[in-house]
Design a protein around this ligand. Structure first.
Ligand code: C2O
Ligand code: CU
Ligand code: CU
Length: 488
């Protein structure tokens, strides 16, 4: 139990008696896990797959008899799972049924900047926006969420988020569990606090990590369980929380196979018993079950936020029961996991044309708070770069880059651990940490429309921990940022 006495303004003393949050064993798993429906789509004459997503206000009974005001896509809370194949052209018709402006960003997607759904592609209340692009990246677990500058935390917390799964021929040919919702299960983890029926999104006054809830839910289900009918079950873990970092593992410490990271499958499965995910990161894991047994996906206390005090202060010492897996009495046989999975398409840094440095502080990246009218970095199309990202204030941060997947070359000068050896678009950068990343910019040049890089602890992002880069043709100059989307 941490106790902090701090003198704040005029000598008032505030007492923080922040007991670590611990939900382990506290409540039974009474609710069957909701699985987001697969989004319906139509195919246009030229082969474009078309989805419809409508942002709307609603209410949901998370606890029986209590209606919580929420936002969702095509429903009350969260959104359907979009699914498309590499090589396909997709179009998503967005309708904003809210009474405020927002955006829809495709986290992890390689696509033209004007389709990215960042803060320059605002969709006004009642407005529409229909981005289209061609899927040109490996099979992976991506996601979508709003990105209005200064309000992303709030819009995501109210319920606007969903998964976007990509498939490709190579992944389809592998013997991996792939029955959606059956042995291939989306696991969208969020932390929440309820104040009666309503969400309480208040920040602890002394914790500047952002919002930290006192319990978790998965796919909008509290106390969830999932029945398992196969020996092997694949979980697509997404940390869709706004500030909390989880260290996932199982209640009996069993090993699982890590098969994929943010941007797709690893080269080989890695046996692990923990996988840490900061906000925005994903991991695909495969767990082996025995007939009739139960195990609980848990988040365990952590110790690597850059010091014991910072860890405790930022929720790292908290524990959660996340999801119970219940194996049926008789299980379908599963084939052994393939020895070889994907081929990484992220660069190894050897052809890097440019190095950049990013210093992370709550007050801004490289000492500059976000400015929608300022382009911070200009990148040449078709080149590989090495980005060094350093935590400069000891607070927990992470680093997310739009449009690309990167390879983590080093963490504090050392080889990264297995969960950072795949394609990544977001990486945890706790206190006293420096990471070195390699990425290649292959998208179309657009000197006027920036992509974002930012801390994905959303209150940090909203508070200015974000910068903008444009991709240009060799020798071309950056233009002036324009809002390029959203008929209002
Ligand atoms: Cu998931 Cu720029 O965000
Ligand atoms: Cu993103
Ligand atoms: Cu941060």
């Amino acid at each position: 139990v941490g106790v902090l006495v701090a003198a704040v303004g005029g000598g008032f003393a505030w007492l923080w008696t922040g007991a670590d949050v611990n939900t382990v064993g506290k409540e039974p798993f009474t609710n069957r896990l909701a699985v987001p429906p697969l989004a319906e789509s139509t195919v246009e004459k030229d082969g474009t797959r078309v989805f419809d997503l409508r942002m709307q206000a609603g209410e949901k009974e998370f606890k029986s008899g209590r209606k919580t005001p929420t936002w969702g896509f095509n429903g009350d809370y969260l959104g359907p799972t979009l699914r498309a194949e590499r090589g396909e052209k997709v179009k998503v018709r967005i309708a904003n049924g809210l009474d405020e402006a927002s955006t829809v960003h495709w986290h992890g997607m390689h696509l033209p900047a004007a389709m990215d759904g960042g803060p320059h592609q605002m969709v006004g209340p009642g407005g529409k926006w229909a981005p289209r692009w061609k899927i040109d990246q490996p099979a992976s677990t991506l996601w979508y969420h709003p990105h209005p500058h200064g309000q992303t935390e709030q819009h995501v917390q109210r319920g606007l988020a969903g998964m976007f799964l990509l498939d490709d021929e190579k992944s389809a040919a592998l013997d991996l569990p792939d029955a959606y919702g059956v042995n291939d299960v989306p696991v969208i983890v969020q932390d929440v606090t309820f104040d009666g029926a309503k969400f309480d999104h208040g920040h602890d006054f002394l914790r500047n990590t952002g919002f930290l809830g006192d319990r978790t839910m998965v796919n909008g289900t509290l106390n969830p369980y999932q029945e398992v009918g196969d020996e092997l079950v694949r979980l697509r873990l997404l940390n869709a929380s706004t500030a909390r970092v989880y260290d996932f593992g199982f209640s009996d410490d069993r090993d699982f196979a890590l098969i994929g990271t943010d941007g797709g499958l690893l080269e080989k499965p890695a046996a692990m018993d923990r996988v840490q995910l900061s906000p925005g990161e994903r991991a695909e894991i495969v767990v082996r079950m025995k007939p009739g047994e139960k195990t609980v996906l848990r988040s365990f206390p952590q110790d690597n936020y850059g010091g014991a005090w910072q860890t405790r202060f930022s929720g790292g010492a908290d524990s959660f029961d996340v999801l119970e897996l219940r194996a049926k009495q008789s299980l379908r046989d599963s084939p052994e996991l393939p020895v070889q999975l994907g081929e990484l398409e992220v660069p190894d840094g050897s052809e890097s044309a440019k190095e950049r440095f990013f210093g992370l502080k709550m007050s801004g990246i490289n000492e500059r708070p976000m400015d929608m009218d300022r382009i911070d970095e200009v990148v040449t199309r078709g080149t590989t770069e090495t980005w060094t990202v350093r935590n400069d204030d000891g607070m927990p941060h992470n680093f997310h880059v739009h449009d690309v997947q990167f390879r983590v070359l080093e963490v504090n000068g050392e080889q990264p651990p297995p969960e950072l050896r795949g394609a990544k678009d977001t990486v945890f950068v706790p206190g006293a940490t420096t990471v070195k990343l390699a990425m290649r910019f292959d998208g179309p040049a657009d000197p006027d429309t920036p992509y974002m890089y930012h801390c994905h602890l959303l209150s940090h992002e909203d508070g200015g921990m974000m910068g903008q880069f444009v991709v240009v043709e060799k020798g071309q100059k950056a233009g002036k940022p324009t809002g390029s989307g959203g008929a209002h």
